[in-house]
Design a protein around this ligand. Structure first.
Ligand code: SAH
Length: 358
């Protein structure tokens, strides 16, 4: 039965529920099939995106996130332009091909020009050879447009969960955190011309397998170009920590995350999919496991070491003490050892996006 299901050319919501419900040895069967599909469509190629955690200053109060506004224990920082340019230069020289600038969420004219200035500076210093992805939250359409014109061509904005009731349970009830606004922002990003990425957290308290199947169907219906998703990991200084008892065990959140990656590779074979840092938090080999389940993007952290401790979205975030050179030197070896190849000096544009462009 499972063997037949895995060979289908298309998948319904019920099919996805079945895939996500497998247990025991069947889990590996699903992951193996996803790797086969990846090899046949996008190849066993891995693209690198150097991650710059620009700032933890945030206007939002998401109940799951360690850098939420109300967490007064976090020391707030913003990298200097020079620090950002140095990280970009590092990525450029190492042949990463692309950068992700992620940040706490501010929606202000000052923030809009700050990002614009960084984009222009990065492109100037790197001969416009780096693709830049932004992950800076919901913004007005005009700001998305401005940043796109300044040289950001990809944007990551996770929907977090498509279960409306659950979304409302993990966010404050006010316009700043409204589900409808998040959807609108995703539509605006598409209109502004970006390669659009979204994603969810896996194993949120109260989340079901049917919810997760709905998330995958949502990605398909939005026709996204990129997805980054990973396990929810509790943070002791957040309100959601109270629901700790409801969580699936960490190993189960890890397994479900791999199944989600695999399920999505079957559903959308030519998109870009990240093997998330959160996977590595739950298992030292998590990054490799994500790639073997169908992911094709890795995001080495280029944030200066002294700031990393302050960008903890969740507890036990890994690589807090390594400098960028260390965390990337062994990368090639580790990735080749599992039969994948890092594509240096390539932007790694989503094939799905290129196809839609025609
Ligand atoms: N402020 C930006 C980007 C920073 S947060 C934005 O909102 O888009 C990036 C992602 O980290 C979030 O979308 C969320 O999915 C993830 N994240 C936050 N807290 C987390 C937690 N406790 N466990 C796992 N992932 C988390």
């Amino acid at each position: 039965m499972l063997n037949q299901l895995l060979k289908q050319p298309s998948f319904s919501r019920d099919n996805m529920i079945s895939l996500l419900s497998v247990k025991g040895d069947d889990t590996q069967k699903v992951l193996n099939r996803a790797l086969e599909v990846k090899a046949a469509t996008v190849g066993r190629n891995v693209y690198l995106r150097g991650l710059i955690e620009l700032s933890n200053v945030c206007a939002k109060d998401c109940y799951y996130c360690g850098i939420r506004k109300a967490n007064s224990r976090v020391h707030r920082y913003t990298l200097t332009d020079e620090e950002v340019f140095q990280a970009a230069d590092f990525a450029w020289r190492k042949g990463f091909g692309s950068l992700v600038i992620q940040s706490g969420e501010l929606s202000s004219p000052g923030f809009a020009s700050h990002i614009e200035r960084l984009l222009k500076g990065i492109h100037q210093r790197t001969n416009a050879e780096l693709s830049v992805t932004l992950s800076c939250g919901e913004q007005p359409y005009e700001v998305f447009k401005r940043w796109h014109e300044a040289g950001a061509h990809r944007y990551l904005l996770r929907i977090e969960t498509t279960n409306r009731a659950l979304y409302d349970q993990i966010h404050p009830q006010n316009p700043l955190h409204a589900y409808a606004k998040r959807i609108e922002a995703l539509e605006d990003l598409r209109k502004a011309g970006y390669q659009v990425g979204t994603g969810v957290m896996i194993g949120l308290p109260g989340q079901t397998i049917a919810d997760l199947a709905d998330d995958l169907i949502f990605f398909k219906s939005l026709d996204v170009d990129m997805v980054g998703m990973g396990p929810y990991i509790e943070h002791a200084e957040t309100p959601l920590f109270e629901k700790f008892m409801l969580l699936w065990p960490a190993a189960e959140r890890f397994r479900m995350s791999l199944l989600m990656i695999a399920g999505l590779r079957l559903l959308m074979p030519d998109i870009n999919m990240a093997s998330s840092t959160a996977l590595e938090t739950l298992d030292p080999l998590g990054r490799q496991s994500g790639l073997l389940a169908g992911a094709n993007v890795v995001m080495p952290n280029l944030t200066p070491v002294i700031n990393r401790i302050n960008y903890q979205l969740y507890n036990n975030k890994p690589n807090l003490d390594k400098d960028p050179a260390l965390s990337t030197s062994s990368l090639n070896e580790v990735i080749e050892a599992i039969g994948e190849k890092i594509c240096y000096f390539e932007p790694g544009t989503s094939r799905h996006f290129l196809k839609r462009q025609g």
